[in-house]
Design a protein around this ligand. Structure first.
Ligand code: SAM
Length: 276
């Protein structure tokens, strides 16, 4: 039977180039990108050495390079790593890339203690670590040492329910309320089907507990979306007007950081440091 890592690798190898448009082909995706981008800019400084985990085709590799970071680019999927080379390679950002290597977020033992100023694991690598998520976070905190920061985002259980209401309701009809309730409680999509895109979603309090159990402390948090998971037909005209769009984004970023909004987006974003 294939392991969780094999299944995830196969999924992202097969997804290939379609991962490149995840954050551009819908208005909610474009807002999620902007919220992540601004979060990154709060913590990463020019000259920082950054370990990017689950970098995919490179949306945030380009952003890290623009911030002046030096980046070690990693991913579980060799296809995604190659796509990263294809998208970033021909740009000026490539000068900021130190290395590209395959790496599973569960195993960062090959990197030294405090070797990086920051780790960036956006778009869910920790959602694929399942039972080893605590060990994974512990490893990320170790490689940034006592002064560094871990920046990551994971899939949100409640935000996904909100965004994908028809499909979640369909799942409940297909697998029964008991299984669907267990998924809503634990976020573990393996309960539905191990052969599909299985990942672990989180509620905010579960994520905070995970970070604390791994010896960390959350220093900032945000949802990836708030109002932008609403009606796209309202948002798209707004997006065509640069001033009104900037104003909307400013309000959206503020709303996403409210404690009452953290569970409301497709992803939960956090910054964590060592608690010690
Ligand atoms: C949704 S994509 C996000 C890509 C990019 N970070 C972004 O936010 O646009 C998730 C990426 O994480 C990678 N990934 C999944 N599980 C992983 C794991 N256990 N360790 C490292 N990377 C993983 C996938 O191969 C994929 O490239």
């Amino acid at each position: 039977m294939p392991s969780d890592a094999d299944r995830t690798r196969q999924y992202y190898d097969a997804l290939g180039e379609r991962e490149w448009t995840r954050l551009t082909d819908s208005v909610a995706g474009r807002v999620a990108f902007e919220v992540h981008r601004r979060f990154l800019a709060r913590f990463v400084r020019a000259g920082d050495r950054v370990l990017e985990i689950g970098a995919g085709p490179g949306r945030f590799t380009l952003e890290l390079a623009a911030l002046g970071a030096r980046i070690v680019v990693t991913d579980l999927s060799p296809v995604q790593l190659e796509l990263n080379r294809r998208h970033v390679g021909p740009t000026d950002a490539e000068r900021r890339v130190e290395q590209r290597i395959e790496c599973d977020v569960r195993d960062t033992a090959g990197f030294g203690d405090g070797a990086f100023d920051a780790v960036v694991a956006f778009g869910g690598p920790l959602s694929y670590a399942f039972e080893e998520a605590e060990q994974a976070v512990r490893g990320l905190l170790r490689v940034v040492g006592p002064r560094g920061v871990v920046l990551a985002s994971v899939m949100s259980t409640l935000g996904t329910w909100r965004q994908a209401l028809p499909s979640v309701t369909g799942v409940a009809e297909r697998v029964g309320d008991e299984v669907n309730d267990a998924v809503l409680a634990d976020g573990d999509l393996r309960l539905i089907d191990r052969t599909e895109h299985a990942c672990r979603m989180f509620r905010w309090r579960q994520l905070r507990d995970l970070v604390e159990q791994a010896g960390g402390r959350v220093v900032a948090a945000s949802a990836s979306n708030w109002a932008s998971l609403g009606d796209p037909s309202v948002l798209e005209p707004l997006e065509r007007d640069p001033d009104r769009w900037r104003h909307f984004l400013d309000n959206e970023v503020g709303a996403c950081a409210e404690p009452g909004a953290l569970d409301g987006g497709t992803h939960l974003i956090f910054a964590a440091t060592s608690a010690a």
